[in-house]
Design a protein around this ligand. Structure first.
Ligand code: AHR
Length: 504
């Protein structure tokens, strides 16, 4: 059996975890909003039409920040359509997803939902078909306490208190030719800069996210970030990154190593940002908002099998991925990578929350359930606390077609000095072999195992369904133990494990 050893010491720290890294995303896409978070008439819906069963699962998932309302949707969205008396709101075509948008759910409904879910809102604004004026209007409507036309309008709409949204995305994927109002890096950079400056005139403490690349595979990747940041470096805080991964054919090894791409993506974006900072002689540091990431069978969507193109229907079933065990393991390792970069990734949003590319699934009028990917997310959000430790891995490599040789394990360790808990999260990327894993706890003065779970299955294609919602759940680790100050476990092939210890 292959052997791997991890060195962990509380003295070596990457950075404190920014809780925003456990964010998610609600877009007006498919059934994420309609019959997802919002379904008046559902047996669990409250007076606002918000599904109570979904709210319960969102709280259990432990998400912290929710990006809204898009995505591609936002680049053609008029925020004014979604506020005020519902009967007066216009029905519109949404060209991004070729659907009909009733506008029954909009900004104030989302804010009410976010309050009930206990999450921080992160709003995206339309810099595709719209610009500076609409952006500052939206900001005034959303955040100004009162006494002006737009803030008083919000109050008349029933939202007496300002929403006080702190973090804003300046558009969405403006590098993508598919985006409504797609722009060159120069044009977008200029627009983002003037918009950011105007927003800061309103409130200098806002946190602003400029659009980075919609994938590391974009032909403009790198150059896009450099140009956009040349324009915006002094007025934004984050540059965004988006990445979706999928299994290609039966290449399990490459799929299990998807986080290698995410890792390189983050390193290259931060290097580019630092290079621009150096050229500009700036002492500011731009962080990464990884505000769309997940497993997504995008190729299937594009060739019509996932539901697109739609013909102007309302809330169709789009990209309702039935996530497998293998997908969940990959999601676990993408989270590990985000954590490992805690010094630069200070916000992230899994895309998306409900039904569309989601951790939570619902049926209209029916139940809500946890997809396989729900579990590594919920456990990571609950147990990865405090600081991320700078670990060293000594492990054999695994040959992959897409990424070359990669370490067979993908680990991260977090340490919460307040409650003396050390959490080790580790993925075995080997598709068919167990790996024996060990870590000395001597740097902590020893420790005891308080929780050890593994997500693995002989059937890597197993999924959770409405009829069998708990087919795939994390199980107790069969043989994790601490002996003589050393934590050890046999990690099954293609598995995600979480080992929580009380140390010291
Ligand atoms: O999350 C689904 C879509 O993926 C978003 O609308 C878009 O930003 C990205 O391409």
């Amino acid at each position: 059996m292959q052997q791997a050893r991890l060195s962990v010491d509380p003295a070596f720290v990457v950075a404190p975890i920014n809780r925003r890294v456990f964010g998610s995303f609600v877009e007006h896409m498919g059934r994420c909003v309609y019959t997802g978070i919002y379904e008046p008439g559902h047996p669990t819906a409250d007076d606002d039409g918000l599904r109570g069963d979904v709210l319960d699962l969102v709280r259990e998932l432990g998400v912290t920040t929710i990006r809204y309302p898009g995505g591609n949707f936002v680049s053609g969205y008029r925020w004014e359509d979604g506020v005020g008396p519902v009967q007066d709101r216009p029905t519109r075509l949404d060209p991004a997803w070729r659907t009909i948008e009733s506008n029954e759910f909009g900004l104030n409904e989302f804010m009410r939902w976010a309050r009930k879910a206990g999450v921080e809102p992160m709003l995206a604004m339309n810099l595709g078909t719209r610009g500076l004026q609409e952006a500052v209007d939206l900001l005034e409507y959303t955040n100004h306490p009162g006494g002006t036309a737009l803030s008083d309008l919000r109050i008349r709409h029933g939202a007496t208190d300002p929403h006080d949204v702190r973090i804003w995305c300046l558009g969405n994927e403006m590098d993508g030719p598919w985006q409504l109002g797609h722009k060159s890096a120069d044009d977008y950079g200029r627009l983002a800069a003037v918009t950011a400056r105007a927003m800061r005139q309103f409130d200098p403490h806002l946190e602003l996210v400029a659009c980075g690349s919609s994938s590391r595979a974009m032909p403009t990747f790198g150059a896009w970030e450099a140009t956009v940041l040349e324009h915006t470096y002094e007025v934004v805080d984050h540059i965004s990154a988006h990445a979706y991964y999928q299994l290609h054919g039966d290449d399990h090894a490459s799929f299990l190593a998807s986080a290698v791409d995410m890792d390189r993506f983050i390193d290259q974006v931060t290097a580019t940002a630092d290079h621009v900072g150096a050229r500009l002689g700036s002492d500011r540091r731009i962080d990464v908002s990884f505000d769309e990431w997940n497993v997504w069978y995008l190729e299937e969507l594009m060739d019509g099998r996932g539901g697109l193109p739609q013909d102007w229907t309302v809330a169709p079933r789009t990209s309702e991925e039935p996530y497998t065990v293998l997908d969940a393991v990959v999601v676990g390792s993408l989270l590990i990578t985000l954590l490992r970069h805690a010094d630069r990734v200070t916000a992230a949003s899994q895309a998306q929350l409900v039904n569309t590319i989601s951790a939570i699934r619902t049926e209209p009028g029916g139940p809500a359930w946890r997809q396989t990917i729900f579990h590594p997310f919920a456990l990571t959000a609950r147990h990865a606390r405090g600081t991320v430790l700078d670990v060293r891995l000594d492990a054999p490599t695994l040959a992959t077609e897409r990424y070359g040789p990669v370490p067979v394990l993908d680990p991260v360790a977090t340490y919460d000095a307040d409650d003396g808990r050390l959490t080790v999260l580790v993925v075995n990327r080997h598709p068919s072999e167990e790996v024996s894993f060990s870590t000395s706890l001597h740097g902590f003065g020893g420790g005891t195992l308080v929780e050890a779970v593994v997500l693995a299955d002989k059937d890597l294609t197993a999924v959770n369904t409405q009829d069998d919602p708990d087919r795939v759940v994390p199980r107790e680790h069969p043989d994790a133990s601490v002996r003589d100050g050393t934590l050890s476990a046999r990690l099954p092939p293609a598995s995600w494990s979480m080992l929580v210890l009380e140390v010291g």
